[in-house]
Structures are given as structure tokens and as C-alpha cells.
Ligand binder design. Structure first.
Ligand SMILES: NC(=O)c1ccc[n+]([C@@H]2O[C@H](COP(=O)([O-])OP(=O)(O)OC[C@H]3O[C@@H](n4cnc5c(N)ncnc54)[C@H](O)[C@@H]3O)[C@@H](O)[C@H]2O)c1
Length: 232
């Protein structure tokens, strides 16, 4: 996503819980550091988000696009899911997006073309056993998208989401300690392949662009057809 935003002419903030990871990506994107700023933010902490957004404003003086992408994963069967397990997921995926939206709002409303894009998941649309807190968080992100789209329309801020299907990232999924293989994911998709990160990024960058000027409050599914594969 950062790469495609740079190519589209944006200055980019690379933000991650892990400072080393954010820095490594930033250097790769623009070694001069002119168009890229790396900042460590823990979206699980209000203080970290607020401080991080202020650092962004100090560096670039504005904020036009917010992408809520931070994520983690922990498979748990509901009968043995502790409160801590539940919060581990929801505090990042859902509460984290809320915190980022709230902190970004005063800056977004000054932008000539502001957009919020949250990365949801097809997990909100299908039943994935052992992933209740994740699925509920992603469904919550869709609701956040619809509600803020209405609440912030007077400020001209568009709020949208992308729901990826199975995408080949560094993310690894374990069920009962056993890793779900890429082959298993591929078989679950009509196109018989996983998505590529750049295929998600292309939709995100499009949604931020003026070409998407009338798309608001929607969640766009990018899943190779996985959620429509009804076989009878
Ligand atoms: N890969 C998929 O198949 C897939 C499918 C649907 C949705 N998604 C969603 O896409 C997003 C990106 O996932 P990914 O596959 O690239 O996973 P990933 O694990 O490669 O990336 C997630 C990133 O979030 C960061 N992060 C974790 N906790 C954080 C915190 N508290 N504060 C800030 N950053 C934090 C991690 O350090 C990591 O860099 C996630 O929201 C995920 O739920 C992924």
C-alpha cells in the first residue's frame, strides 16, 4: 500500500508497532526520507496513537488519508477464549481503528480530499470457527465505516473499507497449533489462488483517489470470489 501511494504521488507515513519494521520499509521506499516518515505507534494505546498522529502533523503538517490496517491474530475456540484473548484481538483491530479515526479527525477535516480506509475481512461475512473475536472486530469495522461515513459527511470526509480474502502476506494462520497452508486457502477460492498484497493495495489507493469520489460508507470485497462460492 505504501509503495502504491508513493507511486500515486502521496507522501507516506509508515507506521507499525515495531519501529525497526517501520524504519526498514520507509528506507526501502525512499532512502532520502523526503517523502516517507516512519513512526512507531501501538494502536492498542490511546496515548501512543495521539502522540503518533501529532508526530505525523509535525513532520508533514497535514493528514489526507488514514488507512486502518494494523492487525494480529490468535485462534481460539470460544469455549476456551479468555477475556484477555478477546481483548488482544478487538483492542487492535476495532478499538485501534476507532482511536486512529478519533485522533485523525481534526486534521482530516482540514484536508481538501480526506478519506478513511479500514482493512476489514471476509471473516465478517462468513463463519470462521475459532475466529470469533477477529470476525466480530471486522464486522465492527464495517459498522464503524457506515456510521462515520454519515457522521463525517458534513466535513467532506469519505469513510470506506476493503475486505480482503485470503492474501499472501507475512501473516500465518494456525488452527489448533497447525498452520493452515497456502494450498488449503487456494482450494477455498474459485480462482484457485490467494490474493496478492498489491491487488488489495490497488483498491485502497483507488478508494483514496478522486476517481472514487462518490463511494462512501461501503466495504469493497476483494476476495477472488471466495464469499460467493455457493455450491449446491
Ligand atoms: N492476509 C490476509 O489473508 C488478510 C485477509 C483479510 C484481512 N486481512 C487484514 O489485513 C490487515 C493486514 O494484515 P497482514 O496480512 O498484512 O498481516 P501482517 O501480520 O503481515 O501485518 C499486520 C501488521 O500490524 C502490525 N501490528 C500488530 N499489532 C499492532 C499494534 N498494536 N499497533 C500497530 N501495529 C500493529 C504488525 O506489526 C504487522 O506489521 C490486517 O488488519 C488483517 O486482519 C488480512
Amino acid at each position: 500500500m505504501c509503495k502504491q501511494f508513493i507511486e500515486d504521488g502521496y507522501d507516506v507515513v509508515v507506521s507499525d508497532l515495531r519501529e525497526d519494521a517501520a524504519n526498514a520499509v520507509a528506507v526501502k521506499l525512499d532512502s532520502s526520507g523526503e517523502r516517507v516518515f516512519a513512526v512507531a505507534i501501538d494502536v492498542g494505546s490511546t496515548q501512543s496513537v495521539d502522540t503518533g498522529v501529532e508526530a505525523v502533523i509535525s513532520r508533514f503538517g497535514r493528514l489526507d488519508v488514514l488507512v486502518n490496517n494494523a492487525g494480529n491474530f490468535r485462534q481460539r475456540w470460544t469455549k476456551s477464549c479468555s477475556d484477555e484473548d478477546w481483548r488482544f484481538i478487538t483492542n487492535v483491530h476495532l478499538d485501534g481503528a476507532f482511536r486512529c479515526c478519533r485522533a485523525a479527525f481534526p486534521h482530516l477535516k482540514k484536508s481538501p480530499y480526506p478519506t478513511v480506509i479500514s482493512i476489514a475481512s471476509i471473516a465478517a461475512r462468513i463463519g470462521l470457527p475459532g475466529r470469533l473475536s477477529y470476525s466480530v472486530s471486522k464486522a465492527g469495522l464495517e459498522a464503524l465505516t457506515r456510521t462515520l461515513a454519515v457522521e463525517w459527511a458534513p466535513e467532506n470526509i469519505r469513510v470506506v473499507a476493503v475486505a480482503p480474502g485470503f492474501t499472501k502476506t507475512q501473516n500465518r494462520v494456525f488452527v489448533d497449533g497447525k498452520e493452515v497452508t497456502h494450498e488449503a486457502f487456494e482450494q477455498a477460492v474459485p480462482m484457485k489462488r490467494m490474493g496478492r498484497p498489491e491487488e488489495q493495495a490497488a483498491v485502497v489507493v483507488f478508494l483514496a483517489s478522486r476517481k472514487a469520489s462518490y463511494i462512501n460508507g461501503q466495504t469493497i470485497i476483494v476476495d477472488g470470489g471466495a464469499t460467493i462460492d455457493l455450491r449446491i
